[in-house]
Design a protein around this ligand. Structure first.
Ligand SMILES: [Zn+2]
Length: 115
């Protein structure tokens, strides 16, 4: 099953927000929360990355790659990397997957692979 992560477009000025905000960052209006959800694109460019080795116990992996990706629409998102040798500037594609599991809940997030 393919899932999406949503950005929110201001109905007053059209500015796109991710993550969600109560008030538009561009026009400063929108006290009534008039935003239309719109799925984030899945393709983008890896801007920078890091690898974490000191992880909380619920991550059952030896290390975790984290990257900041600029998506096709210009929005930047942090996601996990499943790429053996990540390089800044490489093209990546995302999938929405379970990124963390706790006893009664799974958390979804964007995971990036080499495009
Ligand atoms: Zn606005």
């Amino acid at each position: 099953m393919s899932r999406d992560i949503y950005a929110y477009r201001c109905r007053l000025c059209g500015h796109l927000h991710y993550p969600y905000r109560m008030v538009c960052r561009n026009c400063g209006e929108n006290a009534h929360n008039e935003f239309d959800p719109e799925p984030l694109p899945k393709s983008g460019t890896l801007l920078t990355f890091t690898e974490l080795y000191a992880l909380p116990a619920e991550y059952e992996v030896p290390k975790l790659g984290l990257g900041i990706v600029e998506l096709e629409n210009g929005i930047r998102i942090t996601g996990q990397l499943r790429i053996d040798e990540p390089r800044m500037g490489m093209k990546v594609r995302g999938e929405v997957e379970v990124v963390r599991s706790e006893a009664y809940e799974d958390f979804h997030g964007m995971v990036f692979f080499e495009a």
